[in-house]
Each structure stands twice: as C-alpha cells, then as structure tokens.
Design a protein around this ligand. Structure first.
Ligand SMILES: *[C@@H]1O[C@H](CO)[C@@H](O)[C@H](O)[C@H]1NC(C)=O
Ligand SMILES: *[C@@H]1O[C@H](CO)[C@@H](O)[C@H](O)[C@H]1NC(C)=O
Length: 367
C-alpha cells in the first residue's frame, strides 16, 4: 500500500495528469482514512462501512449544503446542459428507512440532483415529494417487489416526463452527464437495456448488476410492464441458486422475456463505464475473482479499468461520494478540456450485445 502511494507521489510530479488525479484521490482517501481512524484504506468487499468519521453523515451533509458554491465555476457546461433537456433521465434509487439519513442523504446531496427527476424508493413514514412509498418492508428479499412497484409507478404516473429510467442503489455513485452522453447515441423509442453486464443465469442475455445501476429506455419499460412485470409472465424464479430473490437478475430475466435487447456500455477501447465496485478496488487490483467469470466483457486491470467517460461506481461510502463529487465537479485543472465530440461515435462501441460468452451457470425453466 505505502509503496503504491510513493509511486503515486512520483506520478503526481510527472506530466501524467490523469494518473496524478487518480493518485491524488487515493492519497486523499489514505490521508482522510488515516486521520480519522488510524488505519490504511479500507477496501470494501461487498459492503459499505460507515464508521471511522467523528460525525454522523447527516450532520456534515447539512453542513456542506449550507455552503452553496459560488455561481461562476469557470466551466463551460453548454454541451451537458443541452443534453439535459434532450436525454431526460428518471432516477429510481432504492434505499431503506435506516439509510435515509445517511447514504440517501449523500446521494441526494450529490448526483441525484443531476437527474431530470429522482425518487427514493422505500417504506417510510417520512413523507417527502421525492419518495415513492412502497408497501414492502426493507428486507433483501423485498428488493424486487420495491423495484416492480417503482417501475409500475413510473409507467402509470410519470410517462411523458422521462426518456430513460435509471435504477440505482443508495451506495451507487453516478455521473449523469456521462450517462446522457452515452444514451444520446441510442434511441429512447426503441427497447434497450444497459449497465454492467453479468453473463450469468439467463442464456443469451445475462443481466445488469443492480449495484452498478442499470438503465432502460422508456420503450423498454413499456414493453416490460405490458408483457407482465407484475404477473405470471415474469414470475419469480423458484430455482434461483441463492435462496434469496435477486432483484437485478429478476429484472434482467423479465426484460429478456419482454424481448428487450442489451445495448453496449463499453467504450471503443473496451473499457467499462459502469462499475460494480468502487474506484480503489480497480486501481489497486482488488477485484473479487468471481467477477472475471461473471462479467460478459471481463474487467480490465489498473488504469484501463475505467473509461474516461465512466458512468457509475458501486459500494461507495457516503464520505467517498461527497469527496468524489467535489473532485469531479468543483476542482478543475487549468487548460485541460475534453475533446469536443458531441456524437460520441468514436468514443463508445454503440452496438447491440449479441454472441455472448456462454454463462457458467444457466438457470433453466426460463421461457
Ligand atoms: C432531497 O433534497 C431535496 C432538496 O434539498 C429535498 O427537498 C428532499 O426532501 C430531499 N429528499 C430526501 C429523501 O431527503
Ligand atoms: C417483512 O415482511 C415479511 C412479510 O412480508 C415478514 O415476514 C418479515 O418479518 C418482515 N420483516 C421485518 C423486518 O419487519
């Protein structure tokens, strides 16, 4: 760890700015973590640890929100602003009453406000305009019911206000501008579904990781609900390997039954834009082994982990989310701009995903 950080210092001095930035993030993470808990970077493995800071998340988010950034931010956002109206994204964020004042607070203070509209999906007495109340309590087995409820709500009450639906979790961090950039190349009126592509269980289709966030066009939502999201056509799989019902798998299966194709979210160099693990696990080569089997595209290591137009990271702690947001949106590097490429044709692969790798495990009895 320390050796890697020393390597960072060298690259911070060198001309490689991307490497420098990422290193700066790592050094910051390291310093913050060391300062607050006396330990080195904790690598989250399938979970988010919300300890180590002296104040509850809610307190420092409130503190942050009292300090509005001054308006002139020295950045030309005209392209992103134009896409904001052209590619309207409805964000459905799964959370729980227990996380409403911690994780959901950090999401609400950062990326959720960049959605065209957003809703937190949970069972709560805390009535807010941006909450879709579900009748299902906050157990893992209920995730699929919560998602179905929210999707049907969107279909019934919100049609006409969005072009794409993003489903994310309260520990997903999303860069909405990059998501719009990718989606601007696809047609909202054609069924399509994308995200981090797991090549598992559902033959010739797979499904998208729920934690990395997945996206479907308004046409896909319509097709999914019409073909029976809530009834027998998409009956929950009883033969699932894990005893629990898995939300992301069930939605993927239902979309296959509804005939919704998978669209690529990769860039032309085969780098991923959706990430089911946080930043540091990619950079420090700490990905779980299963991912190399489960990922249809197979993750790349090190700096090639992540497209420069990356869209999402999962297992983000609220603290990291706030820091990442600050680094991405309120710190700029003088004299550097992204090359103008409004079409994105030379950046993303933009294809239907076919000829998938054979899944290691297929669940039978899927129509
Ligand atoms: C999210 O933030 C907005 C704006 O500050 C606020 O009106 C809304 O109630 C918040 N939502 C939740 C669930 O806390
Ligand atoms: C959640 O609801 C289910 C029935 O839908 C019930 O069996 C379970 O005990 C409930 N769990 C909690 C934590 O309330």
């Amino acid at each position: 760890m320390l050796i890697k950080l020393l390597g960072c210092r060298r690259s911070l001095r060198s001309a490689s700015t991307l490497a420098g930035l990422i290193c700066a993030l790592l050094v910051l993470l390291y310093t913050l973590d060391k300062a607050t808990s006396g330990r080195y970077i904790r690598i989250a493995f399938g979970g988010v640890k919300e300890t180590g800071f002296s104040r509850p998340v809610e307190e420092y988010v409130s503190h942050l929100l009292k300090t509005d950034p001054r308006t002139a931010e020295f950045v030309d956002t005209s392209e992103a602003d134009a896409l904001f109206d052209k590619v309207r994204i409805l964000c459905l964020i799964l959370t729980t009453e227990a996380n409403l004042h911690t994780r959901a607070r950090a999401v609400n203070a950062t990326w959720a406000r960049r959605c065209n509209s957003h809703y937190f999906v949970l069972q709560t007495r805390d009535e807010k305009d941006d909450v879709i109340m579900t009748p299902y309590n906050d157990t893992r087995n209920n995730l699929i019911y919560k998602v179905r409820h929210a999707m049907i709500h969107a279909y019934t009450n919100l049609m006409g206000t969005f072009d794409w639906v993003l489903k994310a979790d309260d520990d997903t961090y999303v860069i909405l501008e990059n998501l719009r950039f990718l989606l601007s190349n696809y047609d909202k009126d054609k069924p399509g579904y994308l995200g981090y592509h797991f090549n598992m269980y559902v033959e010739n289709h797979g499904y998208m990781s729920g934690g990395a966030g997945y996206v479907m066009s308004v046409a896909a939502l319509r097709q999914m609900v019409d073909s029976g999201l809530n009834n027998d056509a998409c009956a929950l799989t009883k033969t699932y390997l894990i005893a629990e019902v898995s939300e992301d798998f069930e939605i993927g299966k239902c979309l296959k039954i509804a005939g919704v194709p998978i669209l690529s979210s990769m860039d032309v160099l085969g780098r991923e834009t959706f990430h089911p693990y946080p930043f540091e696990q990619y950079l420090l080569d700490f990905l779980p082994e299963y991912l190399y089997d489960w990922s249809n595209t197979r993750p790349q290591r090190g700096y090639n982990c992540c497209s420069p137009f990356s869209i999402s990271f999962h297992y983000m702690k609220p603290e990291t989310m706030l820091m990442m947001d600050h680094l991405l949106y309120r710190i700029h590097i003088h004299g550097r701009n992204t090359a103008g490429n409004p079409a994105g044709k030379s950046i993303f692969r933009l294809e239907r995903v076919e000829n998938m790798r054979k899944p290691k495990v297929v669940i039978d009895k899927i129509a």
